[in-house]
Design a protein around this ligand. Structure first.
Ligand SMILES: *Cc1c(COP(=O)(O)O)cnc(C)c1O
Length: 476
């Protein structure tokens, strides 16, 4: 046995012990890192060491320098943004992936990577009741999937001419999304070359979902002015408040006007494993693409974004290139996933998905998702009962949006109320006990609490709620 593998075995065992202890003790760390700007930077040597160092010493610095600068996303007291959760089967698979270190760019470069990915996408497609004929492929993030979708729309609409000749003759494309959709849509529109002035942000209705009457009106106005409506991006679960754009009504418009429709369900998509939520994608068969992130609310380590398309040839025709050094004997017989998106190199991400989906099984996943939603329902009831807090919008799945409005100050101005809520949020987060983030709706500062960490239990929610109430009393 080589001494290299002997050393590896020794350290790997030590690290695994550290990893398991971390899982047990994660709640003892401040959830949100408490370091000041540049505090970590100045502790790192200013140049590469001349001589190699011992793993013991590097690991010691990891504990001393790095850990204080970590925000603990896997703490059950993490309620910020949307979760990017993990689970032990996913971490175990990541260890295997790291060891194999394969590139799954072409079928030949690791057939198992390609074929397991094909199966995993079929598993998810069928379990989530996505359209039968659709094909899935893993992307690194939803931002990349959305960009791939917008570029595919551009190429399909221009008969692949923009890819060949540039924008000559195709300068008037318009893309539509609601005012509440994620910033990745604007980024995608900029990268795809349309210019962000050609992203039309459609106002929302009182549920903060896209107003489809206005969508139709804007499209008609654009057509009258000589623009080419290219693509609509609908959100199933907006990031601010988890609002649901009315897909069925949107597809009526996109179908009639022959407009590409991409559906961004990055976070909420996991809930489509629950039959009671599958109505949210009624009409999806009339859309063109759909993305959700198993790396958010499906217990699979970042990164793993599941991208599904109706017309896989359009995707491949948009991105395929075949220089001499990438030609293989199996070209044309198998899927070469480097042609299904932007990067060439690809990690073996389907492996962690396989471990997670098999470990929990559909029933186990459904149980966890339903449990998170029940916890959110419990906390919603508490907030509604409290004289000092109000829900900003109704609960949507496992996300609550609420604000503090003390009962004896019912007539305070919005400015004063916002100041109170901002102070409350800052105090909560600097306590290290829990971590929440905020959004603004119609100029009102709103606290968001997302309940989706893999191991969150009822005690974490009841403790967080008591803590929020006490902290709120303290700031007055
Ligand atoms: C998180 C999120 C995104 C971005 O996801 P990435 O995978 O980080 O690119 C896009 N859309 C919605 C609705 C999201 O919640």
């Amino acid at each position: 046995m080589s001494s290299e593998s002997e050393k590896f075995r020794k350290y790997a065992h030590q690290f695994v012990d550290w990893m398991a202890d971390y899982m047990d003790n994660v709640e003892q760390y401040p959830v949100k890192s408490q370091v000041a700007p540049r505090e970590i930077y100045h502790q790192i040597e200013s140049r590469i060491p001349d001589e190699g160092e011992r793993i013991e010493d590097i690991f010691e610095d990891f504990r001393k320098i790095i850990i204080p600068g970590i925000t603990h996303w896997q703490s059950p007291n993490f309620f910020a943004y949307f979760q990017a959760n993990t689970s032990s089967p996913s971490i175990l698979a990541e260890m295997l992936m790291a060891t194999l270190g394969v590139q799954g760019m072409k079928w030949d470069t690791s057939p198992a990577s390609t074929e397991l990915e094909e199966r995993m996408m079929e598993w998810l497609r069928d379990a989530m009741a996505l359209p039968k004929g659709w094909t899935g492929v893993i992307q690194d993030t939803a931002s990349t999937a959305t960009l791939a979708s917008i570029i595919t729309a551009r190429e399909q609409k221009s008969d692949y001419q923009v890819n060949t000749k540039g924008f000559e003759g195709f300068t008037n494309f318009r893309v539509y999304c609601s005012e509440q959709t994620h910033s990745s849509i604007e980024k995608g529109v900029k990268i795809a070359g349309f210019g962000k002035d050609n992203l039309v942000k459609v106002p929302t209705d009182d549920t903060l979902a896209m107003d489809t009457d206005l969508l139709l009106e804007y499209i008609n106005m654009d057509i009258a002015k000589g623009y080419h409506p290219l693509c609509v991006v609908a959100a199933i679960g907006t990031t601010g408040t988890m609002a649901m754009d009315p897909l069925k009504r949107i597809t009526k418009i996109t179908k009639k006007h022959n407009i590409w429709l991409h559906v961004d369900a990055a976070y909420a998509g996991s809930a489509l494993l629950l039959p009671e939520y599958q109505h949210l994608i009624n009409g999806l068969e009339n859309a063109d693409s759909f993305v959700f992130n198993p790396h958010k609310w499906l217990f699979t380590n970042f990164d793993c974004s599941a991208y599904f398309v109706k017309d896989k040839d359009a995707l491949v025709n948009t991105f395929a290139i075949l220089p001499e050094y990438l030609k293989t004997k199996t070209d044309g017989l198998v899927a070469n996933h480097c042609d299904w998106g932007i990067p060439l190199g690809r990690r073996f991400r389907s492996l962690k998905l396989w471990f997670v989906l098999r470990h929990y099984g559909l029933k186990g996943l459904q149980e966890k998702l339903r449990f998170h939603i029940e916890l959110a329902e419990w906390l919603k009831d508490e907030i509604v009962k409290s004289p000092d807090f109000e829900m900003a919008v109704p609960r949507s799945m496992n996300l609550l949006c609420f604000y503090y409005k003390p009962s004896h100050l019912k007539n305070i101005s919005i400015e004063k109320q916002n100041m109170l809520n901002e102070k409350l949020l800052n105090n909560l987060n600097s306590s290290g006990e829990i971590y929440l983030t905020h959004t603004k709706i119609n100029d009102v500062f709103i606290l968001r609490i997302s309940i989706g960490q893999t191991n969150v239990r009822h005690t974490h929610i009841s403790k967080a709620w008591r803590f929020i109430q006490e902290m709120a009393k303290g700031i007055l």
